[in-house]
Design a protein around this ligand. Structure first.
Ligand SMILES: *Cc1c(COP(=O)(O)O)cnc(C)c1O
Length: 341
């Protein structure tokens, strides 16, 4: 398919309407067969459960062109499983895993004119999501739902080079014990908006959230998990029931162990330990890893030895290896790349 005339290298991270999106509706206890459509507008009741009570969950993933010209997605089965868990927690029907992967494949295939070429640094961002559509005013789950997938091309994350982030310890909490921090739900983002706008106004790139029960342990930021590297080269990531299980983070731990031979630890990480780490990074689909250069705790600065101009050496190796796997330059573990065409 002929590519659309887009300046791939200068795309930002924003929404651009593409030609096709996938829609399936749930009614009378069953999903319909689903279809690709061209209408980018959603039309629902003014009293839809999603509008009144935020009954909605989502996923985020990417399609890329590999070095040898294949279009692939990365571990879409894990996105499907995570969305099943998110849906269950918000009392929504599950969109079956095989159908989820098929919907993603169909949507990317229909929009190959906007899958950025290899080497451009740009990717096709894929957004599956689901929401309660019928009128609900007394608090209860909806009976009818819509599952959709749209795509939008996004630019290289590190445009103009890597700039390590300055983040702050946040006074607001992201997730309560036994709450919804471990699912990918819009509600977790709605309540983070105040804190992120405030952080930006104070000159910080992101918020570091601590566990809300004791405020002594590192959790994550609003949309990415932490990886730390100790001075003796161990990769450490916080373990908590209230962080969102990042697929990027899980993949990076595998890469650290199996490709780079590093020791990895998934465990509670106390904020007091952070000053002793050599490197820190944020992991998620958007950037793979963005290095953190400085962490500010109410005026007290922790400057990571990796500095403010580049990724630390271990972070860089992790980044290069995982992006190498995603772009088809390095052999991927069995089942990690789903070839679309
Ligand atoms: C989506 C998300 C992440 C990153 O997950 P990936 O699967 O790696 O993209 C991390 N934290 C939160 C809160 C998220 O919503």
């Amino acid at each position: 398919m002929e590519k659309k005339d887009i300046d791939w290298g200068n795309l930002g991270f924003g929404y651009m309407k593409t030609d096709y999106r996938y829609v399936s509706n749930f009614k009378n206890g069953a999903w319909d067969e689903g279809a690709l459509i061209t209408d980018a507008t959603v039309s629902i009741s003014e009293c839809a459960c999603v509008l009144q009570y935020a009954q909605t969950v989502f996923e985020g993933m990417k399609a890329y062109t590999t070095e040898d010209g294949r279009i692939v997605t990365f571990r879409p089965d894990l996105n499907a499983e995570r969305m099943e868990n998110s849906a269950r927690r918000l009392q929504m029907p599950v969109f079956p895993k095989e159908r989820f992967v098929d919907a993603v494949v169909q949507t990317v295939k229909a929009n190959t004119n906007v899958v950025p070429p290899y080497g451009s640094g740009a990717t096709l961002y894929i957004r599956p999501y689901m929401f309660g559509t019928n009128p609900v005013i007394g608090v209860k789950p909806a009976d009818e739902y819509q599952f959709r997938v749209f795509t939008t091309p996004v630019g290289p994350y590190f445009k103009g080079g890597v700039k390590p982030l300055t983040i702050r310890v946040c006074d607001y909490d992201r997730a309560a014990p036994r709450g919804t921090g471990h699912i990918k739900a819009g509600l977790n983002y709605a309540m983070s908006l105040y804190a992120i706008v405030d952080a930006h106004n104070q000159g910080f790139d992101e918020n570091m959230y601590l566990d809300s029960a004791t405020r002594t342990k590192v959790e994550e930021t609003g949309g990415a998990n932490f990886l730390f590297v100790t001075k003796d080269g161990k990769v450490v990531t916080p373990k908590s029931s209230t962080i969102l299980p990042s697929i990027t983070r899980r993949s990076l731990l595998h890469v650290a162990k199996e490709y780079l031979g590093l020791e990895v630890e998934e465990r509670e990480v106390f904020f007091d330990e952070v000053k002793d780490f050599a490197e820190a990074g944020l992991c998620g689909t958007a950037a793979v890893i963005s290095p953190v250069g400085k962490i500010v705790d109410h005026g007290k600065e922790i400057c990571l030895p990796s500095g403010m101009t580049q990724m630390g050496p271990v972070t860089q190796k992790l980044y290069d290896t995982l992006t190498g796997i995603q772009m088809g330059r390095l052999e991927a573990p069995e089942g990690w790349l789903k070839v679309i065409e």
